[in-house]
Design a protein around this ligand. Structure first.
Ligand code: NDP
Ligand code: GDR
Length: 371
């Protein structure tokens, strides 16, 4: 039985990857951080009572800032495959916490590679590093591919640049099987609530259900190549099953503006959205047309621009070329953007229907966290 160790198992990708590896018969070990509130919600359905026999899913307390902890866990688990998904992964927040982000996302990657090397696991353990399309930053070439020069535009991306190159260096210096997956944005119903897609689908569901009036967003013109996390974790696994370790771009090859994502999400609940310059004159607002089911008045402002969500330096355009992954890994995404938006919207409508019933019954319901 193969054994895998996943950092960041409690995150979006960690939860999908754990499901995938368990379905393939792996024993899955994950590192979770100690927090004052339970942070394992995304993997609770995979929990197995450690007192039972043949347990194939195990969580260990740990942190990418703690080398001795990583070495101990690595020694205990002796994994065949390590997936380094743990990170402070929010680009905007990295401008507020640049030093911590460098420590976790940059030096954290080094700590993990060193743990493998120090323990003499160099030729046993294969390593996947969660690299990112944010490395491309300021546009140098489109579509972006493995050979496109990097130009990072945030403390997050600069930290991930270190993670990328230290992974390449350990592969070349010590003959490790270590790969970078340069993954473009990928989303799902498990996406963190403060990333733009999930922020939009949650708000669209809540507005349609009468639980919220407005959605505040930043740059609507940014363009992203959005895929589904389920497809992307499949690519991670495939990267570690090859003869030779290499780096791969994983993307759909289609780019869409944030504005268009808003339109698609609201269309799922029958709300047609018009933007400034499309019949809406007020600056910085977006209006909604009438939706008879949810009683939204024509012209009601549902999206408003808030400058606090602008970034000091922005990544305007991402569009990836996944040709290498398709040819060498046989990877093909199963989802397109409309299918992704539809799944996210249905999940958020299901999530908030309970709140709508409670409110209809006169009970208080929690407000939405709008960051
Ligand atoms: P999430 O933010 O959903 O998950 C991040 C995970 O990292 C969580 O489990 C989090 O734990 C954990 N983590 C945070 N800080 C530490 C730390 N100091 N030590 C150990 N673990 C830590 O991210 P995603 O699942 O979306 O992304 C997975 C990886 O892929 C990340 O490295 C991200 O940067 C990268 N990436 C993501 C893309 C995307 O579009 N989703 C695209 C390209 C790359 P906790 O739950 O306790 O917060
Ligand atoms: P990104 O994702 O920065 O691409 O990083 P995010 O969803 O945060 O932003 C995408 C684009 O939307 C614009 N935007 C807003 N973003 C947020 N979060 N909130 C808003 O209100 C808002 N309004 C507009 C942003 O400016 C940006 O242009 C994600 C993360 O998962 C990284 O970890 C990963 O490496 C990259 O994707 C690939």
């Amino acid at each position: 039985m193969k054994r895998a160790l996943i950092t960041g198992i409690t995150g979006q990708d960690g939860s999908y990857l754990a499901e995938l590896l368990l379905s393939k018969g792996y024993e899955v070990h994950g590192i979770k951080r100690r927090s004052s509130s339970i942070n394992t919600e995304r993997v609770d359905h995979l929990y197995q009572d450690p007192h039972e026999e043949h347990v194939r899913f195990k969580l260990h307390y740990g942190d990418l800032t703690d080398s001795t902890n990583l070495i101990r866990i690595m020694q205990e688990v002796q994994p065949d495959e390590v997936y380094n998904l743990g990170a402070m992964s929010h680009v905007k927040v990295s401008f507020d916490t640049p030093e911590y982000t460098a420590d976790v996302d940059g030096v954290g990657t080094l700590r993990l590679l060193e743990a493998v090397r120090i323990l003499g696991l160099t030729h046993k353990t294969r390593i996947y590093q969660a690299s990112t399309s944010e490395l491309y930053g300021l546009v140098q070439e489109v579509p972006q591919r493995e050979t496109t020069p990097f130009y990072p535009r945030s403390p997050y991306a600069v930290a991930k640049l270190y993670g990328f190159w230290i992974t390449v260096n350990y592969r070349e210096a010590y003959g490790m099987y270590a790969c970078n997956g340069i993954l473009f944005n990928h989303e799902s119903p498990q996406r963190g609530e403060t990333f733009v897609t999930r922020k939009i689908t949650r708000a669209a569901a809540r507005i349609a259900l009468g639980l919220q009036d407005k959605l505040y967003l930043g740059n609507l013109d940014a363009q992203r190549d959005w895929g589904h996390a389920k497809d992307y974790v499949e690519a991670m696994w495939r990267m570690l099953q090859q003869e030779k370790a290499e780096d791969y771009v994983i993307a759909t090859g289609v780019t869409t503006t944030v504005r268009e994502f808003v339109r698609l999400a609201f269309a799922e609940v029958g709300v047609e959205v018009a933007f400034e310059g499309e019949g809406v004159e007020e600056k910085g607002v977006v209006a909604a047309c009438l939706n008879p089911d949810y009683q939204l008045p024509i012209g009601a402002v549902i999206v408003q621009i808030d400058e606090r969500y602008f970034r000091p330096t922005e990544v305007e355009l991402l569009i990836g070329d996944p040709a290498k992954a398709k040819a060498q890994l046989g990877w093909e995404p199963q989802y397109d953007l409309p299918a992704l938006v539809s799944e996210m919207m249905q999940a958020d409508l299901d999530l908030f229907r309970r709140d709508a019933y409670l409110r209809a019954g006169g009970h208080p319901v929690p407000g939405a966290y709008s960051e």
